[in-house]
Write a protein that binds this ligand. Structure first.
Ligand SMILES: [Zn+2]
Length: 311
C-alpha cells in the first residue's frame, strides 16, 4: 500500500515513424520506460502538408473575401439609411422643402433673381464644398460639419463608405483625404438641366416626388474623382430614347459589380448592374464624364428612371 507509486502515463507522440502515433510508456515507479522518439518530417511529408494548406486557403479565401465585402456593403447601406433619414427629417422641419443637394459646384444657382424651381439662393448645401483636391483634411471636415444635414446625423463616419481607403488618389492623381463617398441625385434639388431637356427638372418640395420608392436620393458614388462628388446624374429617358445612349456620370461599381442606393421613401438597397458595358465603364481608373454609346443598356435605362423618372 505504501510502496512506491506505480503511475503509468501514456504520452502520445505525434508523427512517429510510420506516420502513425506511437505510445511511449513511462513507468515512474520502477523506472522502466519504453520511448519511441519521432524521427521528424520527411521533405515529402512537409511538402504535402504545405500543399494541403495551400489548397484549403485557395478554397476558403474567396468565401472569406465575399463575407468581408458583404459586411462592408451592409455598413454602407446603414450609412445611406441614416443619411436618408436625415434628408427626410430636414424636409419635415423645413416646410416640406428638400435640402440643397449641391455642394456649391454650380455657383451660378446661388444668384438671387433665378426662378425658385432652378435656384439655390439662400439654401445651405447638404455638404459644403469638400471636393477640391487642394483642400486639407480639416477643411473637408468643416465642409461636412457646416452642411445642412450634419445636425441630423452628428457624425462624420456616415458620409463615407468603408470599402474605400481613407486616403485615395483622385482621377487626377492627387492623393488626399476621402471623407465622403455619397452623392445626391441632380433631380433631388441639386441641379436642374431644363436647358437640355424638359424632363430634367429638379424637385424643390416633397409633394413633387411621385413614386417615391423608385426615385433615388443618394448613391454610394465617388471618392476618387471630382465629377463624382457633385450630384449624380444621367440623361433623361426622352434623351436616351432619342438616340443618346451615353452615361453622363460613370456608373458606380463600389461593391462587386454594383453599388448602394437610397430612395425617397427612406429605404436603401444594393443594385447589381446587368450589362458588362456598365461595369467596364464604371471600373475605369480615370473615369470620364461621358461613355461611348451603349444602345439598349438596361442599366442606363434603370438609372435614368430612378434619377429623372419613368417617362
Ligand atoms: Zn459603399
Amino acid at each position: 500500500m505504501n510502496g512506491p507509486k506505480d503511475v503509468t502515463r501514456t504520452v502520445i507522440l505525434p508523427h512517429a515513424p510510420g506516420g502513425g502515433r506511437a505510445a511511449a510508456r513511462i513507468k515512474s515507479g520502477n523506472q522502466t520506460s519504453r520511448t519511441l522518439l519521432p524521427s521528424g518530417f520527411t521533405l515529402i511529408e512537409l511538402l504535402v502538408v504545405i500543399a494541403v494548406i495551400a489548397v484549403l486557403m485557395a478554397i476558403l479565401m474567396p468565401a472569406l473575401n465575399r463575407a468581408k465585402e458583404q459586411g462592408k456593403r451592409a455598413g454602407c447601406l446603414s450609412n445611406l439609411k441614416q443619411l436618408t433619414l436625415a434628408w427626410l427629417m430636414y424636409i419635415d422641419q423645413n416646410d416640406e422643402r428638400l435640402v440643397n443637394g449641391d455642394t456649391r459646384e454650380y455657383t451660378a444657382m446661388y444668384n438671387p433673381g433665378l426662378k425658385f424651381s432652378e435656384s439655390h439662393y439662400n439654401e445651405t448645401p447638404w455638404v459644403e464644398t469638400d471636393w477640391r483636391t487642394t483642400m486639407t483634411e480639416r477643411e473637408k471636415i468643416n465642409a461636412i460639419m457646416t452642411g445642412a444635414l450634419y445636425p441630423y446625423v452628428n457624425t462624420l463616419k456616415v458620409y463615407k463608405c468603408s470599402t474605400l481607403e481613407r486616403r485615395t488618389a483622385d482621377a487626377y492623381g492627387a492623393v488626399s483625404a476621402t471623407l465622403r463617398t455619397y452623392a445626391i441625385m441632380d433631380s433631388m434639388n441639386c441641379k436642374s438641366w431644363l436647358d437640355r431637356s424638359p424632363d430634367m427638372k429638379m424637385f424643390k418640395k416633397r409633394g413633387e416626388i411621385r413614386d417615391a420608392a423608385f426615385r433615388a436620393v443618394m448613391v454610394d458614388d465617388g471618392g476618387t474623382g471630382m465629377s463624382a462628388l457633385g450630384g449624380f446624374t444621367t440623361r433623361d429617358l426622352r434623351t436616351i430614347r432619342g438616340g443618346n445612349h451615353s452615361w453622363w456620370d460613370p456608373p458606380p461599381v463600389r461593391h462587386g459589380e454594383g453599388t448602394n442606393w437610397s430612395f425617397a421613401d427612406g429605404h436603401a438597397d444594393y443594385h447589381k448592374w446587368e450589362d458588362p458595358r456598365t461595369v467596364e465603364f464604371g471600373k475605369q481608373t480615370r473615369p470620364t464624364a461621358n461613355s461611348p454609346q451603349q444602345p439598349d443598356n438596361p442599366d442606363l435605362i434603370w438609372s435614368a428612371q430612378v434619377v429623372w423618372g419613368n417617362r
